[in-house]
Design a protein. Structure first.
Length: 240
């Protein structure tokens, strides 16, 4: 075999090895890359948490680190309810510890998912997020996710934790810090010991996570560097 042929075979081998290495780059890595403004898909957000606006009305603006992370990849569209008119605005929805929705809005939400909608629902049965608002204030986040039948309709239940406090949990392929996470069980695909449920609902998908406190990276006491990466990676996975 000539030296030239040996070099050619070696070069081809390097190309094959390089292509194989690229194929094994983790899927979530590209999910962190910012998008240009014109390439950002709409993401509806419904939440009781101070993610989009601060608790106190101020001229200094507001928002959170979670909102900043979302806006690198999505055009965030706040909505106030899950009725059919609101849900027409986008294909993706983040429900982050929402208020209990009226029965008619839950029917609309179920129908929207079944027609191809993509939902990430943070259903926290024991919210530890501090609030300056007094108990009973309608603007204060509820102490637990109020399931008025949606999870049951999808074959799921969520239970409050037996022990409260910070806990490490796995979301996707990332370890995140949570606070008093719950446990999901039921007929959907259950992951991470009940922390995550992935439900095929008609033509759509619903991912349910038994915690919302992990978004509070400003106040959680512990390592939170992967929390928002995990949030963005889950949304990226839902896009596919």
């Amino acid at each position: 075999m000539t030296r030239k042929r040996v070099l050619l075979i070696g070069f081809v081998g390097l190309l094959i090895i390089g292509a194989a290495a690229l194929a094994f780059v983790p899927r979530g890595r590209q999910a962190d890359a910012p998008r240009a403004e014109g390439q950002k898909p709409a993401l509806m957000v419904l939440t009781t948490l101070p993610l989009l606006f601060p608790e106190e009305f101020t001229l200094e603006g507001g928002g959170s680190k979670a909102l900043t992370a979302l806006e690198t990849r999505y055009r965030v569209v706040p909505i106030g309810t899950t009725d059919a008119a609101s849900l027409r605005q986008a294909r993706m929805l983040l429900l982050a510890h929402p208020l209990a929705q009226p029965a008619e809005a839950l029917v609309d939400l179920d129908g929207w998912v079944r027609e191809g909608g993509r939902l990430l629902l943070l259903a926290d049965p024991k919210l530890d997020w501090p609030s300056k608002r007094p108990l009973g204030d309608k603007l204060r986040p509820p102490p637990s996710f109020a399931d008025t039948g949606l999870l049951k309709h999808w074959g799921l239940t969520v239970q409050a934790p037996a022990e409260t406090g910070p806990k490490q949990r796995e979301l996707g392929s990332r370890q995140i810090l949570t606070a008093s996470p719950g446990t999901l069980s039921g007929s959907c695909e259950i992951e991470s010991g009940g922390f995550v449920a992935r439900c095929a609902v008609g033509k759509g998908l619903a991912v349910v996570v038994a915690d919302a406190d992990f978004l509070n990276v400003e106040q959680l006491d512990g390592p939170t560097e992967s929390n928002l990466e995990a949030l963005i990676a889950e949304l990226d996975r839902l896009e596919r």
